[in-house]
Design a protein around this ligand. Structure first.
Ligand code: AMP
Length: 548
């Protein structure tokens, strides 16, 4: 028997219409390269989104076209989120911090038709000019007064384009499974891979993310998403905020600047904020050195990398603010698990609660998760057994853009039973708290950005004195993780640490040059002859990088 309910399609444009209708006066406050503090209401935001949708039409963009953004967190980027997806195109957010060759690869692979670029990112795009063969127009996210000189022939000014369009636009309705957004992840081996979100996945994810035990999003709160809008849609904040009418404060290019963040939090009464551990460590240092406080801030969400205990403690002791750790991935939109207490735990001691906050949180409704052993047998949730973490759910990727979608094939991240293989190793407590203990994927996350271990190893073995090289990530107090290079030398060679680092500086990007080199007589191998990284990580468990 078929249900008798309306088959209303879940459209991202409906979130915008909801915000305009129910929360027209709520503000969106932004820092941009051309304005230290811009304010607009959700009513004005809605008008500008419709003007932008008309611009996209005028520029010849059509349903399904990929529209690239290279931008920070601000109102213009928000307008792109809604106008591009709302009109049936795909909002492809690109991380300007990636290596230039990765950026041009991503733009070309996605076949972005138009690029919308922040003023400060224009020099980077100019340098890529000869590689961007398929881009038809570049729109600089600024006004006429701040337009930079450019070597491109097809450069346009965002504000000029907008002012020439009306705010009359009917958002179309179409299949909710249509692509709405795209984000490439470099957290896998090989080239970056494109994750494609749908209207449906985005809306269901935002609904789950807004729940009381997740971010507790509400019209009463003010949010400051510091996690970039080019990194998994700023963890869904741009959607959840407008869904519930939450005031947004957007730090623009100043997301690593303690002084600006403090200023925004205190002057705008920010109650909730989200970001990677490196950002929080920098802000906490700033507040403590400058003897400043953030009394309005009640909760901060930390994710993208393991949250060090000091962050939880310093926020609690010095700022009476609760840290909510979450785990997720670009491929999981990103919400997977998030910290929240279960009934009965409110009586736990402060230390016991901090212990729980240092775990990766509990599963959110919509996400199923399992851990399995090497024979793919499911392991118990006993807090002891650990194995490969797999997840599935309506906002989890089933394949990557342009790669095979056959489960179990090498290019497809999903196994034969429909589980997404995260590449993380974890245990789960009987209460359902996830604890990430290791990673099977050969990548290192430094300050929220990925570094490939294999790239460093390949560069290292190019040195004539090196017989074998392995790279593992080790804890770093500022970047959370940094690469450690472990080397076996050719017989009777005497390469030094400095010699090796010097050599690597010539072929690697600065960020990928390891923080230290250790020489060993031999490396451990698995039965199939691969370097046993799990074993190496165990051996170097207590390793600490030299203090600069
Ligand atoms: P990304 O796709 O760049 O967001 O990276 C996702 C990966 O970051 C995960 O697969 C984990 O390896 C790591 N990660 C995310 N959140 C956490 C966390 N809270 N603790 C430990 N690792 C995390």
């Amino acid at each position: 028997m078929q249900a008798l309910m309306m088959n209303t399609q879940l459209m991202i444009s409906s979130i915008l219409e909801n915000a305009e209708k129910n929360f027209p006066e709520v503000e969106m406050v932004s820092v941009t390269a051309d304005n230290p503090l811009h304010r607009q209401s959700y009513r004005r935001f809605g008008e500008r989104c419709r003007q932008l949708a008309n611009c996209l039409d005028s520029l010849g963009a059509v349903f399904g076209d990929r529209i690239g953004t290279l931008a920070w967190n601000d109102y213009r980027h928000m307008e792109l989120y809604y106008a591009v997806s709302g009109s049936g195109m795909v909002c492809h957010t690109i991380n300007p911090r990636l290596f230039p060759e990765q950026i041009s690869y991503i733009i070309n692979h996605a076949e972005d038709k138009i690029l919308f670029v922040d003023l400060l990112v224009m020099p980077l795009v100019e340098a890529l000019k000869q590689h961007l063969t398929k881009v038809e127009a570049i729109v600089v996210l600024t006004d006429k007064e701040h337009m930079p000189k450019s070597s491109f022939s097809n450069v346009l000014c965002y504000e000029e384009l907008l002012s020439s369009e009306t705010a009359h636009y009917e958002w179309p309705s179409f299949d909710e499974n249509t692509a709405s957004g795209m984000c490439y992840t470099s957290g896998t081996t090989g080239n970056p891979k494109g994750v494609v979100y749908s209207h449906r996945s985005t809306i269901i994810h935002a609904l789950a993310g807004a729940l009381p035990d997740v971010t507790c999003a509400s019209n009463m709160e003010t949010t400051l998403p510091i996690v970039p809008m080019f990194h998994v849609n700023a963890w869904g904040a741009p959607y959840a905020a407008l869904m519930v009418g939450m005031k947004m404060v957007l730090p623009g290019p100043k997301m690593a600047d303690g002084e600006t963040l403090h200023q925004l939090i205190t002057s705008e009464n920010v109650t909730f904020s989200s970001g990677v551990p490196t950002i929080w460590l920098a802000l906490l240092d700033y507040l403590e050195i400058e003897k400043k406080s953030v009394p309005s801030l009640r909760r901060v969400s930390v994710g993208g990398a393991a949250c060090p205990r000091v962050i939880v403690e310093r926020f609690k002791e010095n700022h009476n603010c609760t840290v909510v750790q979450g785990w997720g991935m670009t491929e999981t939109s990103p919400l997977g698990t998030v910290f929240n207490l279960k009934k009965g735990m409110e009586d736990f001691s402060e230390d016991e609660i901090i212990d729980l906050q240092c775990l990766q949180g509990r599963g959110v409704f919509g996400i199923e998760m399992i851990i399995v052993d090497e024979n793919n047998q499911e392991l118990a949730w006993d807090g002891v057994a650990f194995g490969a973490l797999k997840v599935r759910g309506p906002w989890v990727a089933k394949s990557y853009y342009g790669l095979s979608d056959i489960p179990g094939s090498e290019e497809c991240p999903v196994d034969d039973n429909g589980w997404f293989e995260t590449g993380d190793v974890a245990s789960i407590t009987p209460e359902g708290f996830l604890q990430i203990t290791d990673r099977t994927k050969d990548v290192i996350k430094s300050g929220g950005e990925w570094i490939s271990s294999i790239e460093i190893e390949n560069a290292a073995v190019n040195h004539a004195d090196v017989a074998e090289a392995a790279v593992i990530g080790r804890y770093h107090p500022k970047w959370t993780e940094r690469p450690l290079l472990i080397i076996v030398l050719q017989p009777e060679r005497s390469l030094t640490r400095e010699g090796m680092l010097d050599f690597l500086t010539k072929s690697l990007h600065k960020m990928s040059v390891p923080d230290d080199v250790v020489f060993v007589n031999e490396l451990p191998h698995t039965a199939t002859g691969k370097i046993n990284k799990l074993g190496l990580r165990k051996t170097f468990e207590k390793y600490q990088f030299p203090i600069d």
